[in-house]
Design a binder for this molecule. Structure first.
Ligand SMILES: [Zn+2]
Length: 166
């Protein structure tokens, strides 16, 4: 058998697809959504290729936005862990600062949201629906209170873990 007699390999088929859970692609808008599309859960409107807070157009198609989809599946794209002695005596201020940061981000980018804030005795874990908000929250905490900030991105940039401590 020589090289010329072999047909070119045009495509590899993966047969060992064992991962059945949601993948990050689950939460990306697959191809083009019809426009306009409205998320029935949060009311975000997909228009000109992005999710916005535009008013609901008449006759809009309905499809759950990626942020609501992740929230429903409890599948965060980002984590912010907050800890330290200063945190323990300033929990309320820190939570409200994180919420303010979310409000500012979400006003401009509907998919940037806090999914949940888990309260633990020694730390908070804030989960988010996107990978930008955790950094925004971490940087806001650093600006306000200094402390130490650590950012870790997954290799494919689809998951971010931020840790702030003081
Ligand atoms: Zn939504």
């Amino acid at each position: 058998m020589n090289a010329q007699s072999k047909p070119p390999i045009v495509r590899k088929v993966r047969k060992d697809r064992r991962v059945q859970g949601p993948t990050d692609d689950t939460y990306r808008s697959r191809g083009k959504l019809p426009e306009p599309t409205v998320c029935p859960t949060c009311g975000a409107v997909y228009h000109d290729g992005r999710w916005t807070w535009a008013e609901r157009p008449a006759g809009a198609h309905e499809e759950t936005c990626p942020a609501c989809h992740r929230t429903h599946d409890r599948y965060p794209a980002g984590f912010v862990t907050v800890s330290g002695p200063f945190f323990e005596t300033h929990r309320e201020e820190i939570v409200s600062l994180a919420r303010n940061e979310e409000s500012a981000a979400k006003a401009e980018h509907p998919l940037r949201r806090i999914m949940a804030i888990e309260e633990h005795p020694d730390r908070l874990v804030i989960t988010t629906t996107d990978t930008h908000l955790p950094r925004g929250i971490g940087e806001a905490l650093s600006r306000a209170y200094h402390g130490t900030l650590d950012l870790k991105y997954a290799e494919d940039q689809r998951l971010v873990r931020v840790a702030w401590a003081r």
